[in-house]
Design a protein around this ligand. Structure first.
Ligand code: BG6
Ligand code: MG
Length: 216
């Protein structure tokens, strides 16, 4: 029997394929400002907040902006991003994610969302995933971004489960660090070369089963 009693899921890149939409929208913004950034750079944007992403991107382009201009740029990016996610369907749930969420529920484990996104409500609604969660913690209620553990600790607290009985599912380096800092186990979704600090790394949730948590 596993001692794990709760699963906390990152959203973008773990349950849904939105990482590509974030990338497209940021790339469009950078291009409008007259520069570009690589897919490697894009890895660094995963898991961090909208404002922090913008700061990094402006730094890469060597572009300086006033606070008011930054607000306008972040809003512009988000408008393009929301246009894309508004058209999302359940087809864009990543392979195996819905099945695993159902298995977690059937096994009597608790589920929380632990995302930096302020758009999580829209995405969960468009994809029909909302009903799988006992608790939603997202960018609208956290004040410190990953790698700070706040988002996951708030999730554990709301579920009333101690952090060491929670496992986090994450695709971002910053998110893996956040889970570790919160004293939680981590299943990395992606590549073991990138997610070096995860307890285990798989390339997606298809094929992942609740009984695999026993070994964690
Ligand atoms: C995270 C993404 O889930 O949410 C980041 O990995 C993104 O890339 C962050 O910047 C904030 O998202 P949003 O939807 O509030 O702009
Ligand atoms: Mg993510």
């Amino acid at each position: 029997m596993s001692h794990i009693r709760a699963c906390i899921f990152d959203l973008d890149g773990v349950l849904v394929d939105t990482a590509v939409y974030h990338y497209r929208a940021w790339k469009r913004l950078a291009n409008e400002l007259g520069f570009d950034f690589t897919e490697d750079d894009n890895e660094k944007l995963k898991g961090i907040s909208r404002v922090q992403s913008l700061e990094l991107i402006l730094g890469w382009g060597g572009v300086e902006k006033t606070p008011a201009e930054k607000l306008e740029l972040a809003t512009r990016k988000n408008t393009w991003y929301v246009e894309m996610i508004q058209a999302m369907t359940p087809e864009e749930i990543l392979p195996g994610a819905k099945e695993f969420l159902a298995e977690v529920k059937a096994a009597g484990l608790k589920s929380a969302l632990g995302s930096a996104s302020k758009n999580s409500g829209l995405i969960l609604e468009r994809t029909g995933l909302l009903s799988f969660f006992d608790v939603i913690i997202d960018g609208n209620v956290v004040s410190a971004s990953k790698p700070d553990p706040q988002v996951f600790l708030k999730g554990a607290e709301a579920l009333q489960i101690p952090p060491n009985q929670c496992v986090v599912f994450e695709d971002a380096v910053a998110g893996v660090e956040a889970a570790r800092a919160g004293g939680m186990k981590v299943v990395g979704i992606g590549s073991p070369e990138i997610l070096r600090d995860a307890d285990v790394v798989v390339n997606g949730l298809s094929g992942f089963r609740v009984n695999m948590l026993d070994a964690m």
